[in-house]
Design a protein around this ligand. Sequence first.
Ligand code: GDP
Length: 433
Amino acid sequence: NPVLAIVGRPNVGKSTLVNRILGRREAVVEDTPGVTRDRVSYPAQWTGHNFTLVDTGGWEQDAKGINARVADQAEIAVDMADAVLLVVDATVGATATDEAVVRMLRRKKKPVILVANKVDDIQNEADASVLWGLGFGQPWPVSALHGRGTADMLDKVVEILPEFSEHGGIERSGGPRRVALIGRPNVGKSSLLNKLAGSDRVVVDPLAGTTRDPVDEMIELGGRTWRFVDTAGIRRRVHMQQGADFYASLRTQSALEKAEVAVVLLAVDEILSEQDVRILNMAIESGRSIVLAFNKWDLLDDERRRYLEREIEQDLAHVDWAPRVNISALTGWHKDRLVPALDVALESWDRRIPTGRLNAFLGELVAAHPHPVRGGKQPRILFGTQASSRPPKFVLFTTGFLDPGYRRFITRRLRETFGFEGTPIEVSMRVRE
Ligand code: GDP
C-alpha cells in the first residue's frame, strides 16, 4: 500500500484528524512528548483506495530546539512515505516549530498536502489562506473535529498517492533487476552487501553514513548489474529505542515495494525468531519473488546442521517453493549461488502460462481429481485464465464455490506443473450461477 505520513506539532489536531481519516474512534495516544505509542501505523481507505497512514510524533520546540528523537523518527517516516500531510492550526497560524517542519519537508521533496485544521466554519477560511505563505500551495481548510472539508482533502490525497493497477501486476520499469536484501538486525545484511559489492569500502559500523535518504547500489553479479534497493538503511544502523521495530518494518516494507525480488536473509545462529517470521511474511505478502538465504553457515558443525535442516523443513513448509541458498557472508562461501537463485525466482515471477495450456492442465486435473460432491452439488471449473504475472495470478470461472482444500490442491498442482519456483502465486474464483 502507498504510505501517507502525517506530521505536525502537538495540539494542531493531528490525532483528531487521524481518527477522522480512519472513520472510527481509534484509541490514538495523545501527542504528549515521551508517551510511548503502541501503534503509529493504520490501514486507511478512501473511495476504495487503500493506503497506510503513518502518524509521527508531535514536533516540540524546546530550549534546545526541536526534540531530536521525535524529529528523527518523523523524518524517517517521511522518507518512507509516498506523500505527507502537514497539519497546521489555522487559528494560530504558522509558528516557528511549523516552519522548522516545513524546512525539513522541503529537503525531502515529497508531495505535501498542507492541511489547515480547525477551520470550523466559513468565517475561519481566511485564517487558512494565510498559510499559502508556507510554500506548499493551496492550504486545505478542514475541521478534523466536525469533518468539514476532509472529504475534499482525502480526494486530493488519493489523487497524489501512487496508483495501483488491479490487473497489471507490478510494473517492470526496465533496467537492472531490483533486489531488496531484508532481514532482522545482525543477520548479516551489510556483511553480505560488502561481500557482493566486492570490497569492504563501506564499513559495518552503526555510525557510518550521514544521509538518511534511501540509497540504491548497483552491484555486478554473474556478469550483470543488479540494483540493490534502499541499501542506506542496511549500511547504516539506525538505533532508536522507541519504535525501532516499527521503523525497521517500515524500511523493509518500503524496500519490498521498490524491489522485484527479495533476498530474505536468515542466520543459523538464531533461526526463525519472531522478527524473522514477520519479515518473511512481509515478503510473501508483498507479492515479490523470494530467495531464502541462510547466512553464517560457517558456524555450523555436522550435528547442528542436521538438526537445522529438519527445523527448516518444518518451520518453513509454507515457503517450500522459495529457492534456498546456504551462505557465509563472512567467508564468501556460496555467494555465487545467489544469482542462479535470483534468476529462477524472477523467471517464475515474470512467467505467463498461455490460456490454452492452462485449460488443458485444468481439464486433465479435474478429470483425474474431481471436486468432492457437497450437498448433492459438485462445482465445476468452466475455464481458467492467468490474469497477471509479477506475481502470477490466476482466475478460475466456476459454477459454485470451491472448497478451500480443493483450491489449495489446484494451487499446488499449478506450482508443480509449471514450476513456479520462487514466486507466490494466487488463485481466485469467479462464480457464475
Ligand atoms: P546486519 O545488521 O544484518 O547488517 O548484520 P551485519 O552484517 O552487521 O552482521 C552482524 C554480525 O554478524 C557482525 O558481527 C558480522 O561480522 C557477523 N556476521 C555476518 N555474516 C556472518 C557469517 O557468515 N558468519 C559469521 N560467523 N558471522 C557473520
